[in-house]
Design a protein around this ligand. Sequence first.
Ligand code: UT7
Length: 335
Amino acid sequence: MKCEVKRAGIVGVGTYVPERVMTNFELPEILDTSDEWIRSRSGIRERRLSADDESTSDMALKASWKALENAGVSPDELDLIIIGTNTPDMLFPASACLLQDGLGAKNAGAFDILAGCTGFIYAAVVAAQFIAAGTARTVLVVGSETLTKVLNWKDRNTCVLFGDGAGAVVMKQVPEDRGILSVVLGSDGSGGKFLKMPAGGSRMPATPDTVAADLHCLQMNGREVYKFAVRAMEEGSSEVLRRAGLTVNDVDFLVPHQANIRIIEHAAKKLHLPMERVVVNVDRYGNTSTASVPLALEEALQNGKIKDGDNVIMIGFGAGLTWAGLLIKWYDCHR
Ligand code: UT7
């Protein structure tokens, strides 16, 4: 029996960031830190903060409407909605179900993926499998994050690094000479301890004591995550190239997870990839976790950097520990 595999690609992109800008200069008012330290150690100058009444699915909805409009797709056409997030509106139901309701996407299945900051790329890889197998034709993939609501604002090791935002893409079958050429998914659970939110789950249910001890906030061993991140970015990118039979010379753009400019530059150097071919916006948004790759992708498209036929690597890493990459030959359906 002939098994027909369809090639999946991205046919629409949309993003949303909250209005409130917090610059580095506000942080020394609440913590022992400085603009100089934050900029030189991370490259971050400012980040966005979601409003008190603004949730992950609210931001996902705003980014999704833009992505659907950009793709020329109506909510009824969606077969599946996947959100990669670490900060769902609630532990359950899935934020993707809330988004499905908000969009009125009555024909879509919906679920969330929890893969740390790698969640958007994990979700895009899952969507590509549904499309390849013919089980879904049109999939909405979202990275949306309100990490500033789960930060410990007394912990200078973490709170200066993160920001909020959302990015969405519509994925469909594309012409055979375009779309996703190769993917890689990885995990190393032994490093789970390096980036976690200890309380609020079944291991340590929320109590007044866990809340008083800030155990429902993000905790991170930055040095360990840094070492892992550089390795994951380099090895993941090399692996998607190897699987597609391409080399670094074939890469037009790398769209990396935006956690720290030093991690990005270090990985690019190890890959022998000039920084002109690397998309960077960590300076303006900080680490927006699952939203960072679609936010950077949209910016590169808006600036006219990424064009039809370009080879683009999206690469991420995060809590889990996880990493994932995909290599896509860009399809510009608006040509
Ligand atoms: O999406 C994945 C999530 N996470 C990441 O990607 C994070 C990966 N890690 C990193 O980006 C970096 O490790 C950090 C930016 C977190 C830290 O940079 P670093 O160069 O590794 O600094 P460090 O942790 O080695 O700390 C150096 C010093 C320490 O002081 P002592 O012990 O040397 O006296 C820290 O206490 O800097 C101090 N420090 C700060 N000082 C001012 C840590 N945070 C701050 C701060 N302001 N905000």
